[in-house]
Design a protein around this ligand. Sequence first.
Ligand SMILES: *Cc1c(COP(=O)(O)O)cnc(C)c1O
Length: 357
Amino acid sequence: MYAGMTADRAASTASGGNRRIDLRSDTVTQPTEAMREAMARAEVGDDVYGEDYTVRALEEKVAGLMGKEAAVYVSSGTQSNLLGVLSHCQRGEEYLIGDVYHVFKSEALGTSVLGGVACYPMKTDAGGGLDPAQVKAGIKPDDPHSPITRLLCLENTVSGRVQEQDRIEALAETAHAAGLAVHMDGARLMNAVVKTGRPAADLVRSIDTVSLCLSKGLGAPVGSVLSGPKDFIKRARRMRKMLGGGMRQAGVIAAAGLHALDHHVERLAEDHANARRLAEGLAAIPGLTVDLDAVDTNMLFIQPKPDDIDPLRAHLAERGIVLSGQRPKIRVVTHLDVTEQDVDRVLEAVGEFYRGR
Ligand SMILES: *Cc1c(COP(=O)(O)O)cnc(C)c1O
């Protein structure tokens, strides 16, 4: 271990006044000591041979949580969604998706590049939702001029917003009635589970394949799990190998995922409470716009005046608080490594900035 690495870790995890508070994303969480112990103790084997006990336990656990037949452990949410879409669609086929969803916007369109699958983005409403009528209208006729529409791709949560369950059911029903399958990018599905108090299996009952990220608010250092029917997961497993995603003694990292599911789900409620309190506190500061209605789980969006953005980021950086570089709206995310006291520190630092304007 080199010295800088130790210092970085100390800076991001130590308690005390100058502890770094990173609000850019819930991907920045550090594995806890207990998680590191679980990783160190993990029983491992060669997962490509299907002999890693820990990976298999994680896959079985997530499949059970989602109420699906099978699951496959993968390196990232992007890989999970890619395998999900490609397990449904062949070259020349198409999927429908919301235009703000991660699979369309933030995964280098691997589905098209690697799968030869066309993607049909549809405008989402302010809450990140789609309408069944859009799905109906998006499905192409069986005609040589068009690709074959095969799949509807949903997301939950969308920018921290829990999607209305009735709407999800209606969307899935519309898709299924037309012979489409439904994939859900549930990167932060457990935030929706904690927020609604409903089991994951309930939220994805009408969904065919679902991807869950372990490395977001759940706090694992790496990994996602794709769940679905046995034959789809079998196909996904072959494609995972093809993409170079077959891992060997992966139980070392899968153990972190198991630990996260056992210990970090209920506590997401703390992240939600922290996001809410942070949003309300920031909204009360003159000069700063915060959309309080959009705060459902662990995300909020603040909109400083354009000229204030860089000075505000610099002011916070000097105080160990890291904001993302987005504009005009800046996403602020709470997570495992943001405490109630951190929320106070952020409110104080932002308040100080605006008092000086
Ligand atoms: C983070 C994220 C993913 C997957 O991201 P990876 O960085 O590839 O793990 C997928 N969908 C959503 C909504 C996400 O936030």
